[in-house]
Design a protein around this ligand. Sequence first.
Ligand code: SF4
Length: 347
Amino acid sequence: MLDATKKPLVSVKDLKMHFPIYAGLLRRRVGEVKAVDGVSFDVFEGETLGLVGESGCGKSTCGRAVLRLYDITSGAISIDGREIGATPQTALREMRPTMQMVFQDPQASLNPRMTVENIIKEPLDEHTKLSDAEKREKVGELMDAVGLNRKFAKRYPHAFSGGQRQRIGIARALALNPKFIVCDEPIAALDVSIQAQVVNLLEDLQEQFGLTYLFISHDLSMVRHIATRVAVMYLGKIVELAPREGLYADPLHPYTKALLSAVPEPDPSLARSTQRIILKGDVPSPSNPPEGCNFCTRCPSVMDICKRVEPEYREVHPGRFTACHLYKDTNDTAGSTAGHEAEEHTQ
Ligand code: SF4
């Protein structure tokens, strides 16, 4: 349960990350891919905010944009009290120790020509004035913390399994004592048998070092296990954000309902009572999203208003946010009733 006294460590307001599309002989700009299109959320100190959605919904781009690995199109990002949305890349260097990233593919994110010791030590070389002996000791402590044997410090990444390589990536991310870590699908490239070990390690490290995570994943079962609150993304926007228990027990947005209906239910008695919602059609292109609600082309509850008016993303119950015309205000629990009222007013 989220402690109400905790303050946001990360605050994102109306974040947009649009990528230009160029075409023709003169490479004229002919459009843009709206990978992230007006996303707002807070991440509270010590919590794990899960960010879920289908592949291509913009969740990884969102995570990278929050850490300013891109120059964002617009929006405000505050991390640990500092506004970094418009900070030039050169000036971000001093903020880098506070915010780190664990990447999806440890194979691709580790330099194959560097020893494990040098990989973990690199951020210390860049950002600290520690002596060589102090750095070696720090590397040893980090290897202990992630469950790697110090004896293997001189080995190269290819000598390790996928799970061990991800531990190396995590040790490197921890080297500068960060407060905030974006974990971008950290277990997606790993065998199922070791996914849980890496997730448990992330949980242990969170407790040990007081870390705050943005945990990006398409695996709703794993997010249910690790997240404090969960944000659901569809076509570049957050459509619902809620505490984990509420979201999984009683999803509000039709897209969240469809996503959760596809998650296998381990309890056979409950499995019989849950009905799979099959969405029709494909996800529209982020370069040409539909008018109104961006889910209107596939939503089983679509109304006339949805095709014309974009629903506002707002708090519809305390702590529960969604962007859907079915929910009109914080006192509305009936949902669909309000939706039909909304429909009548538009006819
Ligand atoms: Fe469905 Fe309309 Fe809600 Fe969009 S606004 S999710 S189309 S009911």
